[in-house]
Design a binder for this molecule. Structure first.
Ligand code: B1M
Length: 221
């Protein structure tokens, strides 16, 4: 199979949620020397975007979206060690969760992988995370950054609720807060009082590093 044929097959098989084929093709692509980021950005992510577009048009329903997501997650498990393989020193601790009411986790997991690759210690507390669980985890792990993901317009308002509760618990000054997820924008992040926003996983790493550096410079000033 040529490079283009593998990419097209990966795109097509992810779209129909054929997890075994996606796994096999991912391994084949790697064996043929394709980079993990090529597989991710040229096949898997565009395929899920097409799944979302079909769902919006009413051509796909939740079950199709679910199996496509599972196929993507299977491939991510194979790519994880390769994407995270930098041997960088620990630059900080990042606590991450998807907000209450939201079960999407593929984007969050991808951000985690890239953060780990850049040297962050990542503590993932999962999906559907209630405000009190975020607060308990901040107290337990004392992270440099709390990252919250929301993937639905209906769950984005949980950022504000969580930040309010974190402030009430006296923890707002102790932790940098970053938000992200498909419908989130910089304007929205500013409006809810977050310290940072990123639209994708690699930008998230850059923003996280910048925010930590700024905070450390302030503390040392
Ligand atoms: Co859902 N879903 N879904 N879904 N789903 C979307 C998000 C949707 C956009 C589809 C569409 O209509 N086009 C739409 C949301 C519309 C909206 O509100 N704007 C939608 C809907 C409506 C729903 C349900 C309500 C459907 C229903 O039941 N009627 C339902 C809600 C369930 C719930 O959460 N309560 C639902 C359910 C599901 C499944 C469970 C079936 C499945 C999730 C599987 C899983 O995650 N384990 C699913 C899927 C697969 C999708 C799509 C197709 C793919 C999502 C994905 O993984 N994308 C999605 C359509 C789409 O996104 N085009 C859709 C790939 C991923 C790599 O990108 O998630 O954007 P993304 O993550 C990016 C960035 O956002 C960013 O970096 C990531 C990597 O680059 N990022 C951060 C993420 N978090 C960050 C945090 C940061 C910084 C950056 O700092 C802390």
């Amino acid at each position: 199979m040529t490079h283009d044929e593998i990419i097209k097959a990966l795109f097509d098989e992810t779209m129909i949620g054929n997890a075994p084929a996606v796994l096999e093709l991912t391994n084949k692509a790697l064996a043929e020397g394709m980079g993990p980021d090529t597989i991710l950005f040229e096949a898997l992510i565009p395929s899920l975007e097409e799944v979302g577009a079909r769902f919006e048009r009413g051509d796909y329903f939740v079950p199709e979206m679910l199996i496509a997501g599972k196929a993507m997650s299977g491939a991510l498990n194979v790519l994880r060690p390769l994407l995270a393989e930098t041997g960088a020193e620990t630059v900080g601790t990042f606590l991450m969760g998807t907000v209450k009411g939201d079960v999407h986790d593929i984007g969050k997991n991808l951000v985690n992988i890239m953060l780990e690759g850049a040297g962050f210690k990542v503590i993932d507390i999962g999906v559907q995370v209630a405000p009190e669980k975020f607060i308990a985890a901040i107290n337990e792990h004392q992270p440099d950054i709390l990252g919250m993901s929301a993937f639905l317009t209906t769950t984005m308002p949980m950022f504000k609720v969580n930040i309010h509760e974190i402030t009430k618990a006296g923890l707002r000054d102790k932790v940098i807060i970053m938000v992200g997820g498909a419908p989130v924008t910089q304007e929205y992040a500013d409006a809810v009082g977050a310290d940072g926003f990123a639209s994708d996983a690699s930008t998230a790493v850059r923003v996280a590093k910048d925010l930590i550096q700024k905070k450390r410079a302030l503390v040392n000033a």
